[in-house]
Design a protein. Structure first.
Ligand SMILES: [Zn+2]
Ligand SMILES: [Zn+2]
Length: 250
């Protein structure tokens, strides 16, 4: 039985702030998620439009850290707006920002140091953020890109970030209670670029033994109903499609 206050300390949730693949579609947003765990708030991916949606769920002075998988604009462009908010309106310095080294190199010329406390993540590393243990694995993508496993107690979120099929989603480890996997491509376009189709996302999540699958990073021209159907066939069970404002408990 839960005692008063236990609900907040055991919460482990994923809220979608944006889920469009590679560019935002009409009224949509790039990649962005809020991971809340035990009152600790991490902004995972800062794609275009996601800073605005983030603030519907948590005020910026309550945000604890940001985690960015790679330097492509659809995952990080709103960091520039976060910088303006923190530096000129909230007076906040040394905001923890976890990302591959390449992101820091891309943004170095813009003098973000001092506002952001850059923390470089690399393949195989783990970091504790509040009650959550984050572990990063490098994926199959043209720039250094980190998939993530976020674990709290016996629950684990596996996030593919952007990847082609040459990286094995199972590298995030077993026991995933929720898999958030990119499905950028229509099946007919498999292999054209380093991304997955919904069919490949479903097969990857099944091979990893994930309990549940949420598709994300679907490109705006791709039919979401068809993507879901193909993923369910490959996954062997029900599949959800990420949409702005939806929340799942991990
Ligand atoms: Zn992307
Ligand atoms: Zn990318």
């Amino acid at each position: 039985m839960l005692a008063p206050g236990d609900q907040a300390s055991t919460e482990f949730s994923l809220t979608v702030l944006g889920s469009d693949g590679s560019y935002p579609g009409p009224g949509g947003a790039g990649s962005g998620y809020l991971v809340k765990a035990g009152g600790h708030c991490t902004w995972l991916e800062a794609g275009p439009g996601t800073l605005a949606n983030l603030q519907l769920h948590v005020p910026l002075d309550r945000l604890d850290a940001a985690v960015i998988s790679h330097c492509h604009a659809d995952h990080r462009s709103d960091l520039e707006s976060l910088y303006v908010a923190l530096r000129y309106f909230l007076g906040r310095r040394d905001f923890p920002l976890y990302a591959p080294e390449e992101l820091q190199q891309v943004m170095r010329d813009e003098h973000f140091d001092g506002t952001f406390d850059w923390r470089v993540v690399s393949d195989g590393e783990s970091t504790q953020l509040g009650p959550v243990r984050w572990t990063w694995r490098r994926t199959d993508h043209p720039v250094e890109t980190m998939a993530a496993r976020a674990q709290m107690d016996g629950r684990a979120l596996g996030y593919s970030a952007d990847t082609g099929p040459a990286w094995d989603f199972s590298e995030l480890g077993g026991g995933l209670t929720l898999a958030l996997v990119e499905a950028s491509l229509a099946t007919g376009n498999e292999g054209l670029v380093q991304h997955l189709s919904a069919r490949q996302a479903g097969a990857a999540a099944a091979a990893a033994g994930a309990e549940r699958l949420v598709l994300t990073h679907i490109a705006p021209p791709v039919d979401k109903s068809e993507a879901r159907r193909e993923a369910e066939e490959a996954f062997g069970g029900p599949v959800d499609v990420a949409a702005v404002g939806r929340t799942w408990q991990v």
